[in-house]
Design a protein around this ligand. Structure first.
Ligand SMILES: [Zn+2]
Length: 192
């Protein structure tokens, strides 16, 4: 019996890996960053994106705001010149995996009639780039948050699909944007 208990404990130790604690920082949307089209409350969209990954992982990975920018494992910067939605460079921070996340937030000008669509696009960009920071690669499945437009596809339809889930900004906190394929990919990296 003691042996069986020991084996059970060993199995639990393997499947219940210690929570991976990620800390994050979002650069202020002020000064030169304003040229990016960022909004003051875009940091909230970033936080919701991190919380979406935490929720989807069943709290196996956690995200908290870093008290000190230099020690944040994930740092979000505002891009002012780029043709991309975002870009992620994985780095090492204090000996742990981390990432520099560059976001090109759309201004409201292109979505003047629908600011919620603009926020949805910025949020989904945060979710996608955070996926890279966690180690997820691009997919060719249009349903996935890790889909890349390099495979083509109807980009407005991609964002409208998520926009239709929202009736107000706070609804973004309720919808991660992940597909079943994304969840499988997340589970696959969590067990390693
Ligand atoms: Zn990507």
């Amino acid at each position: 019996m003691a042996v069986r208990t020991a084996i059970l404990c060993l199995m639990l130790a393997t499947s219940l890996r210690a929570a991976d604690a990620w800390t994050w920082w979002v650069d202020d949307c002020s000064g030169p960053a304003l040229a990016s089209g960022c909004h003051n409350d875009d940091a909230e969209l970033a936080r919701w994106a991190f919380e979406a990954w935490q929720r989807e992982s069943g709290n196996q990975i956690t995200f908290t705001k870093s008290a000190i920018r230099e020690h944040a494992r994930l740092t979000v910067h505002w891009l002012t010149e780029a043709s991309l939605y975002g870009e992620t460079r994985r780095v090492t921070v204090d000996g742990k995996p981390g990432a520099e996340i560059y976001i090109l937030p759309e201004g409201t000008s292109t979505h003047a009639k629908d600011p919620l669509l603009r926020d949805a696009i910025v949020f989904l960009t945060f979710v996608h780039e955070t996926g890279h920071a966690l180690g997820l690669a691009h997919t060719a499945n249009f349903e996935d948050i890790m889909y890349t437009f390099q495979f083509g596809g109807d980009i407005p339809a991609y964002f409208d699909r998520y926009r239709r889930l929202l009736s107000q900004r706070s609804d973004i906190a309720l919808h991660s944007g992940l597909s079943e394929g994304d969840r499988r990919a997340l589970r696959a990296i969590l067990v390693h």
